[in-house]
Design a protein around this ligand. Structure first.
Ligand code: 0O2
Length: 252
């Protein structure tokens, strides 16, 4: 029996005689896989961030947020959707257990950072929802992607699904404010507030557009722009001299 089947076997035995200790252990293992998947993605983003910080003129990634759904909230979703309470069904149907949110400076950075991640050979893109190109009716904008990343455990490799959200800082500001308002009014937000949120979303989109144009004018294409600095000029000069002397010696 493989691990997934063993886990499901335990979960399906839920009842008065269930071995709760086994279920707890299996649930912990299940959650850890998602945490590792999320960590893999976070590391990939950190590497891009560091590479840009050291080699390019500026870093397109403003900040990164990771979050793991709590077991309580997973169970609540299982109940709400009437899903089979097996780990297999949860894996197949609840795709936002591990989430990574990447806030970028400009809209073009959102797509560039997404492309850099999506083109990595160990990342499999399962689904993309472009709410920047097609904003939600309430004004929500972001680029969403569901990806699968392999996690190398001690005895096997498990593919883990991670939900990615890419957005600009302006989109992020809007979404977090909207989320707080929604939470405060327990989803019954007054119509005038909803209208103001739609207006604010348009203002944020206009700001993104203007700042993007300003940035393009001053920096051009960020991928091509190389940062000055790195090793001290003297070190670079000496390395160059060393190479030259080797080349010259070969022909003496
Ligand atoms: P949390 O706490 O951030 O995770 P589903 O994922 O199945 O529930 P759907 O519609 O298939 O729903 O997914 P979608 O549209 O890709 O959105 C999933 C997540 O995007 C949400 O997760 C939010 O984080 C974010 N999101 C989507 N629409 C909005 C919006 O109108 N306002 C804000 N502020 N965020 C939004 P959760 O589970 O709702 O919340």
């Amino acid at each position: 029996m493989d691990t997934a089947t063993t886990q499901d076997h335990h979960l399906n035995r839920l009842g008065p005689d269930s071995d709760l200790a086994h279920i707890r252990a299996d649930f912990t293992r299940f959650m850890m896989e998602y945490k590792f998947g999320m960590d893999e993605i976070e590391t990939k983003i950190m590497i891009l961030q560091e590479e840009f910080t050291h080699l390019h003129d500026y870093n397109p990634i403003e900040h990164v947020l990771t979050r793991l759904k709590t077991p309580e909230s997973i169970l609540e979703k299982v109940r709400r959707r009437g899903l089979d309470p097996s780990f297999e069904a949860i894996r197949d149907n609840i795709t936002d257990i591990a989430g990574v949110r990447v806030a970028c400076s400009f809209v073009r950075d959102v797509y560039s950072v997404y492309d850099m991640l999506a083109s990595q050979p160990d990342i499999e893109v399962l689904q993309v929802k472009d709410y920047i190109e097609n904003p939600k009716p309430n004004g929500y904008r972001s680029l969403h992607a569901l990806v699968r990343v392999p996690v190398h455990l001690s005895d096997r490799i498990v593919p883990v699904t991670v939900e990615l959200q890419f957005r600009t800082v302006a989109m992020d500001f809007w979404a977090s404010t909207e989320h707080k308002i929604f939470y405060k009014y327990r989803e019954a937000v007054p119509e005038d507030l909803l209208q103001q949120l739609r207006d604010a979303a348009q203002t944020a989109a206009d700001l993104d557009e203007r700042m993007g144009r300003l940035h393009l004018r001053t920096h051009g294409d960020f991928v091509g722009s190389r940062r000055e600095g790195g090793p001290a000029d003297e070190v670079v000069r000496q390395l160059h001299e060393l190479r030259e002397s080797r080349v010259n010696n070969r022909f003496v």
